[in-house]
Design a protein around this ligand. Sequence first.
Ligand code: UTP
Length: 290
Amino acid sequence: MKVTKAVIPAAGLGTRVLPATKSMPKEMLTIVDKPAIQYIVEEAVNSGITDILIITNRGKGVIEDHFDRSPELEERLLASGKQDVYDQVVSISKLANFYFVRQKETKGLGHAVNCARSFVGNEPFAVLYGDDVIIGEDPACGQLIRAYEKYGKAVVGIKSVPEEAISKYSSLKVEQLEGNMYSCTDMVEKPQRKEDVLSLFSILGRCVLTPDIFDLLDNTKPGAGGEIQLTDAMRTLAQTVGMTGVDFTGKRYDMGDKLGILQATVEIALNNPVLGDSFRSYLKELSKTL
Ligand code: UTP
């Protein structure tokens, strides 16, 4: 079955990016000239996704506004002859069919994904974490969808992380299938002891799940950090039917982290067709003073 639906969990509290995220969702923080979540939506659309459910909560209404029409603004832009900006503004609402649901309590990523059950129905679906922006020629979500079509199993996007950082991530038991494809048969969230580390491969930002994940989530008790962890539900899937891991190509930026936001801003600005050249000259000058 073709994967056409995607879920973007964007209901976290963003405590690592305070005070910026006190009233502004981290998913709406700007990278050059677009909010982070627009890069994620564009990746999904470029991967063949047509329907997107964004999981929000109180105070995240600006996300809905961003993907809606904006009649007063559009009228003003047209009246002042700013056709280019008008086209850009209108095109955002036409990227996909957008749906929104609120996660009423912030009980973790697994709990957020479980809010998507009725949207998903009985189809495979992609999950794009709302604070992970991935930039690359070949959209990461599409790479995972192709792996789903090839191997017929749920897929996780994986990357190797430094040994000293693995306790902050998940750790996966994997075996190489071919190239950047792995079979995954076990996983653990935030391993605290050395003997719990299965490998340095961790799930980063993207997965393609099958609808059987919802019954597993219903039965998942709070895990690391007292939250209902998506990894704990996926673990059962990995141990029983198995999953596929894709060491995806593309550069990932962690928008849930202050340094990650700065890296995204600098690197994406350098590749911007309009601003790139002048920003590069500015950085070169600035670097002489560092
Ligand atoms: P994170 O754990 O990185 O987000 O979740 P957080 O809770 O906002 O992070 P802190 O407070 O800085 O540690 C990864 C993704 O899952 C979403 C977040 O919005 C983020 O996109 N999420 C997390 C939810 O939608 N609901 C939750 O209950 C938790």
